[in-house]
Design a protein around this ligand. Structure first.
Ligand SMILES: Cc1cc2nc3c(=O)[nH]c(=O)nc-3n(C[C@H](O)[C@H](O)[C@H](O)COP(=O)(O)O)c2cc1C
Length: 166
C-alpha cells in the first residue's frame, strides 16, 4: 500500500477478528518504529512484541481491544536518555500505525487508558521501574470497516505565508 493510502486508511479500530500476524510482519512494524526520528538521535525507545494470548487477555484490564487482538507492540521509553522521549515515542507510534495499516492490519494508539494502569502493565511486561511504558498498539484484523474519525477541513486550519491569511 502506498504511503498516502495508508495515511488515509489508518483509523482507530478497537475490536478485531483473529488473524495470523507472521513474525516477519511484526518485525517490519517494529522496524518502522526504530526508523522514526528522535531528538538529537538519542533513541530512548525500546519495543516489546506481545503475542502470548494470556498476556493479551490480561491487558484487557486497560481496554477491551487487547482481548480480541492477535498481537500488540509496547513502546518503552527511558526519560534518562532523552528529554524528548514522549515526542520520540509519538513519532515511533505513528510510524508503526502506518506500517500496520499498510500491511492490512488494524490498530489503535492506546495511551489514555494505559496511563492509569501503567504500573500494572509494566509489571505484566517486566518493564524496569526506571522506564516508562507509554504507548501500546494492539494489532488485529478489523472486524468491520472503520472510517477515520472526522477531521476539521484543511481550509479551516491552513494559512498561507502568515497566520490568518488565505
Ligand atoms: C495521545 C493519544 C492517546 C490515545 N489514547 C487512546 C486510548 O487510550 N484508547 C483508545 O481507544 N484510543 C486512544 N487514542 C486514539 C484516539 O482516540 C483517535 O486517534 C482519535 O479519536 C481519532 O480517531 P482516528 O484514529 O480513527 O482518526 C489515542 C490517541 C492519541 C494520539
Amino acid at each position: 500500500m502506498d504511503l498516502f493510502e495508508a495515511i488515509e486508511k489508518r483509523a482507530s479500530v478497537r475490536t478485531y477478528d483473529a488473524v495470523d500476524v507472521p513474525e516477519a510482519d511484526l518485525l517490519k512494524i517494529a522496524d518502522a518504529g526504530r526508523r522514526a526520528p528522535s531528538g538529537a538521535n538519542r533513541q530512548p525507545l525500546q519495543f516489546i512484541i506481545i503475542t502470548r494470548a494470556e498476556t493479551l487477555k490480561a491487558l484487557d484490564r486497560l481496554q477491551a481491544s487487547f482481548a480480541t487482538a492477535s498481537a500488540a507492540i509496547g513502546i518503552v521509553a527511558d526519560p534518562q536518555v532523552s528529554r524528548w522521549w514522549l515526542e520520540d515515542a509519538s513519532a515511533a507510534a505513528e510510524n508503526m500505525l502506518l506500517a500496520i495499516a499498510a500491511l492490512g492490519y488494524a490498530s489503535v494508539w492506546v495511551e489514555g487508558t494505559l496511563i492509569k494502569e501503567e504500573d500494572f502493565a509494566k509489571e505484566l511486561l517486566g518493564v524496569p521501574d526506571s522506564k516508562r511504558l507509554i504507548i501500546l498498539l494492539p494489532i488485529g484484523k478489523a472486524s468491520q470497516e472503520t472510517p477515520q474519525a472526522d477531521r476539521k477541513p484543511l481550509e479551516e486550519i491552513l494559512w498561507r505565508e502568515t497566520y490568518g491569511s488565505r
